[in-house]
Design a protein around this ligand. Structure first.
Ligand code: BDP
Length: 613
């Protein structure tokens, strides 16, 4: 899905700001129909932001079910003759939109965009009441999954298996935008290098809202000096760029790919749509991950979209600051754990040469872990009563929407289709195999992975052969061998070697780390101290350097983040960040920075890190 844009023929109006807000009084929102009237301004919320931490009322923070956002919107009179759309960058986890009294569109899935054409519903110059109902409920048929319990007093309680707070609402921007009557509706660009190098090839396809008989069409590619380097009049084909500037990790180069519908007579542009593309290749060969045919070593983090007050609300200041901190430390990459991030994050990564592993919201497909933590009898994860065909279809839809939104981003080098699914349980292969096939069909150019959890070790796991890269989440020294690094080090090494000898695929350590209370210092291996976090990371690095197939390390986590209140083993959230939630460094940052910017490179000089100079 194309990101809306403003240019000579398209207009874009932000609907961000302060909206009126109300909680649903029941689960039957049709009976309430709040879209039929003005929601009073007694409660107001900012958009974009999760609503949970904005108020002081626990009933709002922990509300389960629907909430309503409302504001007035006017379609400019000058938009006559155009088509106009409402676009929501995300409504977490389900959104229903109403224009005055009328239902417009529904979308399920909390981290991907949706839109609807409202041209035939609202006239130019007309004001309308825009109401968005947003539901945060997670069930066995949503991605991520969860379960709502009705308590004795009738209150409803949301349970879920993932370790981050279920922030909800309109956490990303809302837009009103125009396109001409006949418009460009989809652009897909894949890039590669010609055999002899030096020449870049763009395989592209442009769809229009209707067949453009009687109109002209052109695509042009401009380099960063705005020089035209390739052009064509066909809606699909391949373009060649000679003396190409490759998109490289740490040294981004972006070409502007412009599609235009033109007037046959004058050649004037009737619609214009731009996407920025980078020419680069990604390949897995043997035990290597290659970007532009060069072995790449991932340094960086699993992250979260999580900041104080805003929850998961997209915030450009935090975004840029996080990227600055990562670059300063020599982090060349990150994983969008555990859901697709705001598209602005990918655009920034494209622009600055940061490599991204792009993950779906399929986290918590694992009833064994929770049962283990709470000492309960495990319920089967994959069964008609738990994760079933409907869950799989929601997951497939999540994959379709993720690939549709992000496939033109050069920063995205791999899809992670799930985090810690119960991959040693009966039924997992039947569940995952079709999803792997679907992802490969949607995008044959990028490798696939999922993040594997410790219980599904190399002997027990049923699905790793389906994937290109082994991403392992391991907590030696923390959940395993707590406080005992002498035992943790050989334990981690044995674990990694077992994967290496079984599959001989590239291995990325997609999570490792330790909860750490900023300011707690201790001599010796004392869990929660800053020193212990550093020592766990350093122990892990010694092991990675000894294992050939390890091609990357993503520390869990970049920053501390909020978790559900029911997790009493968390103190105001997960503290595995190397930065606090307000981005102050813990001492591990210095040790990581030293390793990742070491001039001699990683793995005894085998990999030069792009930020080490
Ligand atoms: C892993 C999960 C991650 C958690 C982390 C932890 O993938 O979401 O936050 O463990 O326990 O299992 O800190």
């Amino acid at each position: 899905m194309l990101k809306p844009q403003s240019n000579a023929v398209r207009e874009l109006v932000s609907l961000d700001g302060i909206w009126n807000f109300a909680l649903a009084q029941s689960t039957d929102i049709e009976a309430e129909s709040p879209w039929e009237r003005q929601i009073p301004a007694r409660l107001q919320v900012p958009v974009p932001a999760s609503y949970n931490d904005i108020f002081v009322d626990r009933k709002i923070r922990d509300h389960v079910g629907w909430v309503f956002y409302q504001r007035q919107v006017t379609v400019p009179r000058l938009w006559s003759g155009q088509r106009y759309f409402l676009r929501f960058d995300a409504a977490t986890h389900q959104g229903r939109v109403y224009i005055d009294d009328k239902f417009l569109v529904e979308h399920i899935g909390g981290y991907t965009p949706f839109e609807a054409d409202i041209t035939d519903l609202v006239n130019p110059g007309q004001q309308f009441r825009l109401t968005v109902a947003v539901n945060n409920e997670l069930t066995w048929h949503t991605i991520p999954p969860g379960r709502v319990e009705v308590l004795e007093n009738g209150d409803r309680k949301q349970h879920y298996q993932h370790d981050f707070f279920n922030y909800a609402g309109l956490a990303r921007s809302v837009w009103l935008y125009t396109v001409p009557k006949t418009f460009i509706s989809r652009i897909s660009v894949n890039t590669r290098e010609a055999e002899e190098g030096q020449t870049g090839i763009l395989d592209y396809e442009v769809e229009t809202s209707q067949v453009i008989d009687g109109l002209g069409f052109r695509v042009s590619v401009l380099d960063e000096d705005e020089t035209l380097v390739a052009q064509s009049c066909s809606q699909r084909g391949s373009l060649e760029i000679t003396s190409v500037h490759l998109w490289q990790p740490g040294a981004a180069y972006l070409y502007q790919f412009r599609a235009e519908i033109t007037s046959k007579d004058s050649g004037e542009a009737l619609d214009i749509c731009d996407v920025l593309v980078g020419v680069r290749t990604v390949k897995v060969t043997g035990n290597q991950f290659l970007i532009n045919d060069k072995p790449f070593y991932f340094t960086g983090f699993g992250k979260h979209e999580d900041t104080p007050v805003r929850g998961k609300g997209h915030d450009p200041a935090y975004m840029v600051h996080d990227f600055q901190l990562m670059k300063w430390m020599g982090a060349n990459s990150f994983r969008t754990s555990h859901y697709p991030y705001a598209e602005e994050v990918l655009e920034y990564a494209d622009r600055h040469g940061i490599v991204v592993i792009d993950e779906t919201a399929a986290v918590g497909l694992n009833l064994a872990i929770v049962a283990g933590v709470l000492g309960l009898k495990a319920v089967p994860t994959f069964s008609p009563d738990t994760m079933n065909d409907k869950t799989q279809e929601a997951h497939a839809q999540g994959i379709r929407e993720l690939v549709a939104r992000d496939k033109n981003h050069p920063s995205v080098v791999m899809w992670a289709i799930a985090n810690e699914p119960s991959s040693s349980e009966e039924g997992v292969r039947e569940y995952m195999e079709p999803l792997v096939a679907l992802t490969r069909e949607l995008d044959p150019t990028r490798p696939l992975c999922f993040a594997n959890e410790n219980q599904a070790n190399a002997a027990a796991d049923f699905i790793s052969d389906l994937f290109d890269v082994l991403c392992l989440n391991r907590y030696y020294g923390w959940y395993i061998n707590t406080g005992n690094l002498e035992a943790a080090e050989p334990g981690l090494e044995k674990d990694l070697r077992s994967w290496q000898s079984k599959y001989d695929k590239p291995i990325i350590m997609s999570e490792y780390g330790a909860d750490t209370m900023a300011g707690l210092h201790a001599v010796g291996d004392v869990p929660w101290s800053e020193e212990y976090q550093t020592r766990i990371l350093e122990m892990s690095h010694r092991v990675f350097d000894r294992i050939d197939n390890v091609v990357g390390e993503h520390v869990w986590n970049f920053a501390d983040f909020q978790t559900p209140a029911t997790f009493i083993f968390r103190v105001d959230g997960n503290k595995k960040g190397v930065f606090t939630r307000d981005r102050r460094p813990k001492s591990a940052v210095q040790s990581l920075r030293k390793r990742w910017t070491e001039p001699k490179g990683l793995k005894n000089g085998r990999y030069q890190n792009v930020f080490s100079s």
